[in-house]
Design a protein around this ligand. Structure first.
Ligand SMILES: C[S@@+](CC[C@H](N)C(=O)[O-])C[C@H]1O[C@@H](n2cnc3c(N)ncnc32)[C@H](O)[C@@H]1O
Length: 214
């Protein structure tokens, strides 16, 4: 039997040590064909000084991006305490707030809303079909200021992918690292339209970059 791993098991201390090299430097460039620089540029374009990152990983983008002010308010939200710990340490200079939360579940903590919320490479890690997993857009409304923006990126299966990319995505789905067999740009757009007044999407390689704003 092929037992699936939980996201907390996957994003453990050991794996996070190699994440920037294997995912951000190698896979993004050569396998998913969406270089990390494109994602960082997207981050820099939409980040504000009152920002929450959901699905923080190693905190690479929060560390490398340029905030519009010197003392931004930054929140970290993740299901995995390993990811939160690694990111907290990495961007300790900003004294971030941390929230241990499964974003598929209702947010019950009292949290001051944010002006911008990022979710980079989060959606393809969440189980369910697009309508089920994109309930996260409803959940984040509670912690997003009026006219605030959400933005991020997610990987989908793509007919133009090479054989290695297809095989790897398949393997990741079997292991529970990814849940994106049924994800699509259309499914994402349908749900962005449902939860936000304005939205944009852009495809780079196997990644869809998106934003939504009320
Ligand atoms: C692929 S990593 C992305 C890391 C980083 N944002 C990046 O783009 O490199 C996915 C992150 O999302 C977190 N995550 C997965 N499912 C989650 C959920 N349901 N709620 C909150 N965080 C989740 C994982 O623990 C991990 O830190």
């Amino acid at each position: 039997m092929n037992k699936k791993l939980t996201q907390s098991q996957i994003y453990n201390e050991f794996m996070l040590k190699f994440y920037d090299l294997t995912v951000l430097q190698i896979s993004n460039q050569f396998i998913w064909r969406c270089p990390t620089k494109n994602l960082l540029d997207f981050f820099n374009k939409h980040i504000t000084s009152n920002h929450l990152d959901i699905g923080v990983g190693t905190g690479y983008y929060l560390d490398k991006c340029i905030f519009p002010s010197k003392n931004p308010r930054i929140g970290l939200m993740d299901i995995s305490s390993g990811s939160i710990k690694a990111t907290q340490k990495r961007i300790n200079r900003y004294s971030p707030e941390s929230y241990h939360q499964n974003i598929l579940e209702e947010i019950t903590a009292e949290i001051e809303p944010f002006q911008s919320i990022s979710m980079n490479y989060l959606i393809h890690c969440i189980p369910g079909n697009m309508d089920e997993k994109l309930k996260i857009f409803e959940n984040v409304q509670k912690i997003l200021l009026p006219h605030g923006i959400i933005f991020g990126s997610t990987l989908i299966f793509d007919e133009n992918q090479n054989r290695i990319a297809k095989k790897l995505m398949q393997k990741y789905n079997e292991k529970g690292i990814f849940y994106n067999y049924h994800d699509s740009k259309e499914g994402l757009e349908k749900n962005l339209a449902k939860y936000f007044n304005n939205f944009e999407t852009q495809k780079i390689g196997s990644a869809i970059l998106f934003l939504g704003q009320n």
